[in-house]
Ligand binder design. Sequence first.
Ligand code: NAD
Ligand code: TYD
Length: 354
Amino acid sequence: METTILVTGGAGFIGSNFILHWMAQEKTGVVNLDKLTYAGNLHNLQSISAEQPYQFVRGDICDRDAVRELFARCRPQAVVHFAAESHVDRSIHGPDDFVRTNVNGTFALLEEARAYWAGLSASEQERFRFLHISTDEVFGSLGADDPPFCEITQYSPNSPYSASKAGADHLVRAYHHTYGLPTLTTNCSNNYGPFQFPEKLIPLVILNARNGKPLPVYGDGQNVRDWLFVEDHCRAIRTVLSRGKNGETYNIGGWSEKRNIEIVETICSLLDEMCPNDPVVPHRQLITFVKDRPGHDRRYAMDARKIERELGWKPQETFESGIRKTIQWYLQNDPWVKEVTAGSYRQWIATQYS
Ligand code: NAD
Ligand code: TYD
């Protein structure tokens, strides 16, 4: 077994941040298997130099033959599984791809990982890990005074996205329990930071505000999410991969619950300071309350004490420091923004916000 990790979905938002973080910290090689859907972007990984032990393979996790061949060829010591359809609003418009990739794709990957793992030596089997990246959304919606989600909170997914992720989580659990596959699952709260596709709240608001376009806030804007800077998530994943206990799940969160309207207002205030010459200033004039998302979960909150207690991880960024860095990144990366907002992106925005 080589010292290589197989990353799925490494051209997406969190996956590409993770690969950049991993390559900066570890000697181990990375093979990135990604289908390059609308959400995958190889430009995110441009800074990896040709000398580094990194390889990109375009492929679908549902393609069992391709996945089998890849396991045989790269002989990974771990799989870090990010590949997914990840946007709740898209899952409402078209759930098919969510079930296909998130459930069937995870199943295909687990089956091929199991067959590969079964053929390893005892010591290699001991060392192998299948790390599945999941979300806090599988736990459903909290009331204002409910305690945050912990690892034993009952699953109650409410959207096609969260239901498909819950299905994947259950399969991962079953493969550990039934076949002994060495798995780890992480459930994380909302991420933000560089390279996030601007269909998600934070980058959408930054880009619309800069261009004098409406800032769409669903419903009354009082829905609460916990926010984590993506670099902190990457550190958490690396920590779980190296020290997490076989078969366990870990909740990851930023201890940073915010109402959506607070997020939008914070971005507006920072942009007033950083971009005083934008077409519409103060930017908050652009805030527009729009029709609510169907089945919109009211509140998510994460109890991330287990990973802190057992593995010593906690977030390094506050929301205030992370959001400033994020805005700066979007201001400094105009070519990236221009590229991702061309073409099919416009069609999505027209469909969702018409
Ligand atoms: P993303 O949508 O930005 O990226 C997903 C990546 O997966 C893309 O590169 C895409 O091309 C690839 N992909 C999709 N279908 C594929 C397939 N069938 N085969 C191979 N590759 C495929 O997603 P993200 O925001 O980076 O999220 C990554 C993971 O983290 C997901 O599993 C998501 O559920 C989870 N997660 C995300 C957040 C968040 O706030 N973004 C929070 C918690 C958990
Ligand atoms: P999003 O970034 O889509 O993440 P998720 O739904 O996975 O939490 O949305 C974050 C919150 O922001 C969520 O409560 C929905 C809300 N939202 C808006 O109010 N307006 C928007 O245009 C978007 C995309 C999201």
